[in-house]
Design a protein around this ligand. Sequence first.
Ligand code: CMC
Length: 430
Amino acid sequence: MSSDTLTVIDNRTGASYELPIVQGTVKAMDLRRIKTGDEDFGLMSFDPGLTNTASSRSSITYIDGEKGILRYRGYPIEQLAAKSTYLETAYLVIFGELPTADHLARWQHDISRHSLLHTNIQHLIETFRFNAHPMSVFISAIASLSTLYPDARQVTDPVNRRLQVERMIAKAATIAAFTYRHNQGWPFIYPDDGLSFIGNFLKMMFRMTEVEYVPNPVLERALNILWILHADHEQNCGTNAMRVIGSSQADPYSALAGAAAALYGPLHGAANEAVLRMLEQIGRPENVPAFLAKVKNGEGERLMGFGHRIYKNYDPRCRIIKQTAEEVFQVTGRNPLLDVALELERIALQDDYFISRKLYPNVDFYSGLIYRAMNLPASMFTVMFAVPRTCGWVAHWMEMVGDPEQKISRPRQIYTGSEMRGYVPMEQRG
Ligand code: CMC
């Protein structure tokens, strides 16, 4: 008998089955062989939230959650954060290799060429109320791109796919900046080819009346680091949404809007916004013990920015962001809420409730403090997450569309409803 197998004995029938084990997994479809008789549908696995189900093979991002390791295409996140730029990392994540100088120059040129927005999208953004949540505006504007680029439906054409990828990476940043400026009531600032991708983004966001806008190099570097760290995180909720929608061969803008919508929830990308509101609510370090007591008693909300489905150790991104926050504060001035965050972390990491559940600070715990230092409202934080995560979403979409093993995503269910019953006329209903 091969050792790379799993022997299963079905105690209902006494039958024994041998299931192959490949790369630490058994195929869910192999379970279907396990039946009580010819009429039986066969065994399924039940996994709400897909906590123990691999839905694809992927060569993009490696995470070891127990050890706190994160790598893109094999490169440790610490090295990329220290040495790369967001756009170079995006190339790596999407195409699999670091670019040569020529490839990087062409990539930068192609992205910058697509960074303008069609005036229809500008007008669309202007139609939203000034106080509409920026993520709602962002999601709507991303979805609307499919009205302008119907060629994006040719998802099986690799040349066409690359064109859409360039558009998505470039336009997500411009849409984010225009969303912010509309929210503030400021006129739009168009993209500037003379700046780096991040420098241009800062200009589109923050330029007021300066004749020449010069991005602050510390803030530009900090944003590069934050966006490198947010570029991908394998099969998270948003990426899963991108893959699920893309699996029907819908155009990638529709899939991207769906991925961004998944990110919008407070258990996912909107946790950074929730963290800041939580820190403001706690107010001062001396209020931390009382707040944590409520979290542990289940009287209040969760400790936002803590815990992760995959990391059962310190999130490696959080360590880098914490250091980056200190550097940003040297330029912008120290935000007193940092002391509240540090006190929360200090006490929680010594508390048995958090230790026993392996709850550590995650990527969202300190990132909001940097965005706040840049004067951004909390409602913009998730948009600032969505722009760089666009890189991961399109990388997974490209991988999925080119993977012959992938099928339209369509899970099973365990039906728990009524047996068949007859239609009841209105006058006989109780
Ligand atoms: N505060 C207090 N208790 C928590 C927390 C928290 N932040 N996170 C998990 N727990 C407890 C939870 O109550 C449960 O306890 P018990 O076993 O007694 O019922 C246990 O830890 C396991 O929690 P879970 O909900 O089963 O874990 P999960 O893997 O389904 O959830 C999570 C992961 C990230 C949704 C969760 O940790 C959470 O809600 N964290 C706060 C929100 C947050 O920071 N989200 C950002 C995640 S990282 C970036 C991203 O994904 O976008």
